[in-house]
Structure formats: C-alpha cells, structure tokens
Design a protein around this ligand. Sequence first.
Ligand SMILES: Nc1ncnc2c1ncn2[C@@H]1O[C@H](COP(=O)(O)OP(=O)(O)OP(=O)(O)O)[C@@H](O)[C@H]1O
Length: 255
Amino acid sequence: MSGVEIRGLRRRFGGVTAVDDVDLDVPAGAVTALIGPNGAGKTTLFHCVTGLDTADAGTVTLVGGNTDRLLLSGLPPHARARAGVAWTFQRIELFAGLTVAENIRVGAENRRGRPLLSGLLGLPDPRRGAVRATTAAVLDRLGLTALADVPAGLLPTGTMRLVELGRALAAEPVALLLDEPASGLDDDQIARLAEVVRALAADGLAILLVEHDMRFVTVVADRAYLMVAGRVLLSGGPDEVFASEVARDIYIGES
Ligand SMILES: Nc1ncnc2c1ncn2[C@@H]1O[C@H](COP(=O)(O)OP(=O)(O)OP(=O)(O)O)[C@@H](O)[C@H]1O
C-alpha cells in the first residue's frame, strides 16, 4: 500500500490514554474518514501524524512519495511537510490580510523552500516561476481564480476553507489530512467540497479526514474508522459503519 501507515499508535496524557494502540491505513487514491464522539482521540491521532504531537509508542510511516518508506515518527512537523504530508486545521488559520493567491503561494513556497542566500541578498528567487505556476494551477483547480486578489479575511467561511485547502495542496503533498473540513459550511459548500476531495483522491492523494458530519463522510469517504475512547472499534464502508449499533448510539440525534 502506498499512503500513510499507522501502527500501534499510543498517546497518553497523565491517566488518559487518548490514542490506544491504533492501527490505521490511509491509502493513496482514497478518502479515509476517522469518526467518533468528542474526546475519542481523533485530533490527538491527527496531531501524531502531522508531528504537532508526539506519540508515546507506535509508528507513522509514509509509503511512496520521494522515498519508498519514510518513518515519520520522531520528525518535526516541517520535515513531515517537506516529505509530502499536508494538513488543514479545524480552526481556519489563513493570513487574513493577504490575498487568496498570496495565501496559496505560502504553501507553494514552503514546499520548495527558498535558497537562504538569495533571500537574504534580495536576489530574484530562481524558483519563483514554479511557485507562480503551482499557485495558478491550485487556484484553477479549486475554482478560486476570480477571487485571487481578494483579501482572505473578507471571504465567507466556506470559501476560506477552500483557500486553506489550496494552501495545503500548493505544497504538492502525497498525503492530505483534513480536520473537520465541513464544519461551518452550508449544504452547497459541503457538496462542492465533497466534489473537490473526491477529485483529489482520484488523482492519487492519500486523504485522511477527521469529521463529525455524517452526510459528508457518507458521500466522500471510501472507508471509515470509528474511534471510541482511544480505540478503533470498527472500520468499513461509511454506510456500514454508521449503520452499526455503536455508531447509532453515538450519532443518534445528530444530523
Ligand atoms: N494536551 C492534552 N492534555 C491532556 N489531555 C488531553 C490533551 N489533548 C487531548 N487530551 C485528552 O485526550 C482525549 C482525546 O482528545 P481528542 O481531542 O484527541 O479527542 P477528539 O476525538 O478529537 O474530540 P473532538 O471531536 O471533541 O475534537 C480526551 O480525553 C482529551 O481530554
């Protein structure tokens, strides 16, 4: 399998085992959803993949990409990003004063890095052409070209989420992690986001989604993992997982 392989992952906070011996595959070319009630450990697992948190045990491995198998465990977030992992947060973290294009360009520049010396000397960046091309391609892909020059802070939430996704995509990742991308979106925006996410998976990205919105998960995910109290209780097609007794108990009353 190429994608992200999680094995025996464990993370404790004092007496709480937030992630308890989790195995999970995020294959390339598919959307994998991680679902479960508040406090299940989804965000902790997500952060152990990005490197924003450090697992106490287990491994996270990137399979494919620049190297055949790269152990991500132990690497800081920027090294994981450079290896091909990109993510978006539940809380939107755009530069409000920068335009849509500038925000996306940040992602493209992070990926390519800028030769330190030319930056310090104020010389033209030799990679600027590639950054510009990537930014234009991402704007086009997400239908944001007409908004390229609009300050991100002026956009409605749904569009901001697309810009954040654009910034992640501009890094040309192998694996993409999305933390509650549908939160705060209306039905039309959710449908549009679902289309974009499906198309990205069809292009070969390995996508991991932490999500509460059942409808979105059902439409977009190939496989869902149900996590409760740090453990994966079951996994399978989203319909099958949501139809299970344990999921029905959790999601009853939710949309
Ligand atoms: N930094 C921390 N320090 C102490 N406990 C933590 C920390 N982060 C998470 N926890 C605990 O770990 C458990 C899992 O939390 P986590 O945020 O990963 O769950 P979640 O499934 O993402 O929940 P939600 O859907 O509400 O975001 C919870 O009991 C939480 O209180």
